[in-house]
Design a protein around this ligand. Structure first.
Ligand code: FDP
Length: 329
């Protein structure tokens, strides 16, 4: 019989490779996984329990908030509050930072509790994204500025997708591990260890309906993707789920490129640096891919504010390099 490895076992095994490890990060990942299981259960019965739909409020970006977003936010925050190892949480759903009761906790956690929320009403894939930093050493009380660290300082990051199955991918800087939730036993089971993104792929993913708002270089690159060339396997396919975590997950497994550019409509891009772009960039880089804002590596951007946006071009090395050629031309 095939031996199954649970997420818990995998985390403990990884921790044992570091004799001095306190186990705090492992606990944090387990807390997030527990919240993910509860969110997954709720997502699956959302249509039945009428949890779907607007609750009438707006989030800090003026977007309408749906009940499931609030539920996911509450579940993750309560999970992070369980073990007194997280001092501060920054969530897409909260305007300011959320200080947890024990401010001595070692970790700062960014999260997008429910990414792709416009997919909720159509029962399409949504996700949760998280990104973990160490609180800087200081005798001063905890400040918001302590959370403004570049993505290169992440100690762990990952996402959970609630799709045709629930999957969780995470990295602690030692490759990307992928798990699938077996709902019958309530366990995330290891489905792929050390996932590698193909070096090149034939899928491009972007909201092409916004073409009119784009720069010329990007327009030309997309025309390149659509041109016929047998040697480079073009024309590429276009795929766009409208949930960044899901689009990046497909890119991780099948290769290609995901793009959310800056444009005349969104001069700084639309996606959030700290809880969308950095964690997914960490995953993609750990799998051998590349992530840029068009001129710099996403993970090297020094953040100025917790909710800032950035353009992003992320995916297979060769695809992103080709796009950069268009930007440099
Ligand atoms: P959503 O607004 O539905 O939560 O986080 C923002 C995000 O989804 C991403 O997940 C997704 O890739 C993008 O926005 C979709 O934006 P567009 O509707 O502008 O394509």
């Amino acid at each position: 019989m095939m031996k199954l490895t649970t997420l818990e076992e995998h985390i403990i095994h990884a921790q044992n490779k570091f004799p001095g490890a306190t186990g705090d990060l492992s606990q944090l990942l387990r807390d997030i996984a527990l919240a993910a299981k509860i969110i997954s259960r709720e997502v699956n019965k959302a249509g039945i329990t009428n949890i779907l739909g607007l609750d009438g409020a707006s989030n800090v970006h003026g977007e309408s908030v749906k009940k499931l977003d609030l539920f996911a936010n509450e579940q993750l925050q309560s999970a992070l509050g369980r073990s007194n190892i997280t001092c501060m949480v920054i969530s897409e759903e909260n305007e300011g930072v959320v200080r947890l009761s024990d401010e001595s906790g070692k970790y700062i956690v960014y999260m997008d509790p429910l990414d792709g929320s416009s997919n909720i009403d159509i029962s399409a894939t949504i996700g949760s994204i998280f990104s973990i930093y160490i609180r800087p050493e200081s005798k001063e009380p905890l400040r918001e500025v302590d959370a403004l660290q570049p993505g290169t300082k992440q100690v762990a990051a990952g996402y959970v997708l609630y799709g045709s199955s629930t999957v969780m991918a995470y990295t602690t800087g030692m490759g990307v591990q992928l798990f699938t939730l077996d709902p019958s036993i309530g366990e995330f089971i290891l489905s792929e260890e050390d996932v590698r993104i193909p070096e090149t792929g034939n899928i491009y993913s972007t909201d092409e309906g916004s073409y009119i708002y784009w720069d010329e270089a990007l327009k030309k690159y997309v025309k390149y993707c659509q041109a016929f060339d047998t040697e480079t396997n073009r024309p590429y396919k276009a795929r766009y789920i409208g949930c960044m975590a899901a689009d990046v997950h497909r890119t991780l497994l099948e290769g290609g490129i995901f793009m959310y550019p800056d444009s005349s409509k969104y001069p700084n891009g639309k996606l959030r640096l700290m809880y969308e772009c950095n964690p997914l960039s960490y995953i993609i880089e750990q799998a051998g891919g590349v992530s840029t804002n068009g001129s710099s590596r996403i993970m090297e951007i020094q953040p100025k504010e917790i909710h800032e946006c950035t353009p992003i071009y992320i995916g297979s090395k060769k695809n992103v390099e080709k796009l950069e050629e268009f930007f440099l031309a």
